[in-house]
Design a protein around this ligand. Sequence first.
Ligand code: SAH
Ligand code: SF4
Ligand code: F3S
Length: 466
Amino acid sequence: MQKRYFIHTFGCQMNEHDSARMGESLLRAGWVAAEAPERADLVLLNTCAIREKAEDKLYSALGRYRMLKAQRGARIGVAGCVAQQEKEGLLERAPYVDFLLGPDQIARIADLAEEGGVETGWVPSEEYVFPRADPESARGKATAFVTAMKGCDNVCSFCVVPHTRGREVSRPYAEIAREVASLVEVGVREITLIGQNVNSYAGGCSFAQLIRRVAAVPGVRRIRFTTSHPMDLSPELVDCFRDVPQLMPHFHLPVQHGADTVLERMRRRYTIAEYEERVARLFAACPGVALTSDIICGFPGETEEEHALTLALLRRVPYDNLFSFVFSERPHTAAALRLSKERAARERSPQWLEIPRAVATRRLEEVQRLQQARTVARHRSRAGGEVEVLVESARTPPGLAGERFGRSRENWTVHFAGACAVGDLVRVRVERAGLVALVGAEFEVIDATAHRAPPAPRTRLAVVSA
Ligand code: SAH
Ligand code: SF4
Ligand code: F3S
């Protein structure tokens, strides 16, 4: 009987992408996918360390999977950022884990699944080979992530990513273009270029040039990218929003805070004036762009005045949506180091005082309340109008109208009734709009997909790639 694996993924797009590649490696090695962890011989957790909560989720999931191991002898593996951060410490806390592998080692998954062990070393940048996506996994899908670069060379004082993902390495552009072409061939129409700091890309051309090269691959209808650092928002990249028609009008540009003093403690390398100047250029090139951002509340030493500057920034910049978080102290980061020094010192410097949880949460709620009202208003302004949607999923329960899901050009999620296929570009009339999604009905197919065939059964993957 073939052995079955189940992958539980936490965290960002990089992890989702890595999980897909690890699944493909396991299929090549003769494993098959299990529909549920209860039926798996191997449960692999691909983990995130960005905030304490993310790590807590790992340990509570591990507690559940431990039962499966006791009941049916399933092997348990931990991959991703917590494995890289904790290394053997994780095995001390959860000794029933059979193996660990860091983000640079995902190609080794099949060996580790058999042999166990710990593989968390870094591959030297010049030797690193980006795992190639198997296009067969994307058959039947409208969208795909494509890795442009990995790692991060910034030193934001709150952030664990440089520690868990290592130095920046960019993937050669020709390799990216080849992968994009292979995905388009199986029906993918939207490509999201991913990397922790994607716009610092340097794989033989600039990031702006990479976007133009991807746009030149025949059949690419939509391009997105994530995530960007404001310092790397070049005028050249702004120009792409003006003159690359496939580049979608959505930009996720994390600002983190509204006060220069806090940005300095965060080591973000820009001032609010510089940030707003870049944003103004972006809006000038692409007036309809949906700008989204990340905010951290309760960074050490954050005063009420500094917090008020964040609220003021949010009133000035017309963000489409925000992801906001309470500061979480992460191991190995400069902020954590500084906090531990301050704790040890008798005289605490007010600039690095810890913010009580209740205060940080109240500030977070203020940020969220302010933004939510605006996000709903922006969504509602589309009610009665229309949006262009790329269909990502299609369900037609017997006897009922088809339930369709997709994203607008701005990256808004849209649920609608219709008969279109996954991969179709359609126009949807918006009937209702809330905080997280628009609801409407399809009224026109703009550009039907040429790939209407049903998705290939999963087991075919192993045969095709063998
Ligand atoms: N590379 C991206 C960030 C990826 S992490 C960038 O530079 O924008 C995603 C978001 O998590 C960050 O933008 C930040 O807002 C948040 N984050 C990161 N570390 C955090 C921490 N220690 N506490 C709270 N939020 C954090
Ligand atoms: Fe973290 Fe800063 Fe790098 Fe983003 S740019 S991944 S926040 S260190
Ligand atoms: Fe989390 Fe690692 Fe991504 S810490 S956000 S999974 S890079």
